[in-house]
Design a protein around this ligand. Structure first.
Ligand SMILES: *Cc1c(COP(=O)(O)O)cnc(C)c1O
Ligand code: SF4
Length: 355
């Protein structure tokens, strides 16, 4: 039996004192668990590591209940001294988040309606989402799950049987999607136990993992984890989450390599974010960098209308223009499908690419 406290990694600071620029380089040599327990979680430390002007940061940023959290390998790809860095703007808590225009809600996807069994969301035909872990090693400011009641939905070996029973009893379920939060926050032993349980259900043919970990903490793709995925009884796909070409560096590419050209399918989803990647040049460079790393673009999500994310919203007509510009310059397999999640629809809604 697994110990109750060892199945996920506690996210907290080591007691070694303040994190500094020297830790950025060092962190590439650390194991993923050490990186995860040494995320930067206060604005002053982040500003100091990036050598940002402290009063400029104070002018736009402010702590809030969805706290700053960012791992060192991700910070190492941010530009020093640039307060408009596209990776920084994905994680820095801004005062703007406190603005709440009408129409932005806590649960825009109405997920609570489809969440009858703890840890499971069954909304789409043939596939279920397991919300495997409660939090993330990074807090993305635009996250549509930032208000999700994770505490009630955390899966552990002691409480995941009701969700598994639901899958066992529904032979229409062909695909199980491990999502989050962040499913790869579960350690390799717990993940292996969960995959064993899922693979033992005969009608499940496909397993999918949605994770930002291989982008933000590349060493999460341990040899043990890669081997387990390569040896699955099911067809496995790993859907990464990267929004900007600067997120793909040599460390990311190197750690993906054992899965490239294997029977594991590597895909990426992005979220369209104003002032970060709402530009066809940026997104086509992202598609090409992903392809060079062995990953194909899957979805480009229109931003969900979540409380606190108004400043990230891209108008549908602008999103559609960007989508069309991508289709006009890239081969079809490098064009992500532009989608929006509309509550109570049986699948993602495609936005047409208008000329
Ligand atoms: C996005 C999503 C899925 C997966 O949808 P695909 O189109 O298969 O990628 C499944 N369930 C829920 C609730 C989702 O939001
Ligand atoms: S990694 Fe995904 S689930 Fe986690 S905070 Fe970012 S967008 Fe949200």
């Amino acid at each position: 039996m697994l110990q109750p406290h060892t199945n996920t990694i506690a996210i907290q600071h080591d007691t070694r004192g303040a994190l500094t620029r020297t830790h950025l380089v060092e962190s590439h040599q650390w194991g993923w668990q050490k990186v995860t327990s040494n995320t930067v979680d206060d604005i002053d430390t982040l500003a100091s590591i990036l050598e940002l002007n402290a009063s400029a940061v104070k002018g736009i940023a402010a702590a809030n209940t969805f706290e700053l959290r960012v791992p060192l390998p991700f910070i190492s790809r941010m530009r020093v001294g640039d307060i408009n860095d596209p990776l920084l703007l994905q994680v820095l808590p801004l005062k703007k988040e406190l603005i709440n225009p009408v129409g932005l809600t806590h649960d825009p996807l109405n997920e609570s309606d489809y969440n009858q069994v703890p840890g499971l969301v069954h909304k789409y035909k043939g596939r279920v989402l397991l919300t495997a872990a409660v939090s993330c090693p990074i807090n993305c400011r635009y996250c549509f799950r930032r208000h999700f009641p994770y505490d009630k939905n955390r899966l552990t070996p002691r409480n995941w049987q009701p969700a598994l029973n639901y899958i066992r009893k529904n032979s229409s379920i062909k695909e199980v999607i491990l999502s989050g939060g962040e499913p790869l926050l579960l350690n390799d032993r717990t993940l292996t136990a969960l995959l064993d349980e899922i693979e033992a259900i005969a009608h499940v043919k496909y397993i999918r993992i949605h994770s930002r970990y291989p982008i933000v903490v590349p060493q999460r793709l341990t040899e043990t984890l890669c081997d387990r995925l390569l040896n699955s009884r099911c067809r496995v796909s790993l859907v990464l989450h990267s929004n900007h070409p600067n997120e793909i560096d040599d460390h990311v590419t190197r750690h993906l390599r054992p899965l490239v050209n294997s029977k594991v399918t590597l895909l990426n989803q992005s979220v369209l974010l104003r002032h970060i990647n709402d530009d066809a040049n940026v997104l086509s460079e992202l598609s090409e960098k992903l392809y060079d790393a062995g990953v194909l673009p899957y979805y480009l999500h229109a931003t969900d209308p979540v409380t606190g994310t108004a400043h990230f919203q891209v108008k549908d007509e602008d999103a559609q223009k960007i989508g069309l510009a991508l289709a006009n310059r890239l081969p079809g397999y490098l064009v992500p499908t532009l989608v929006r999640e509309v509550s109570d629809r049986p699948g993602k809604t495609r936005l047409p690419l208008t000329p």
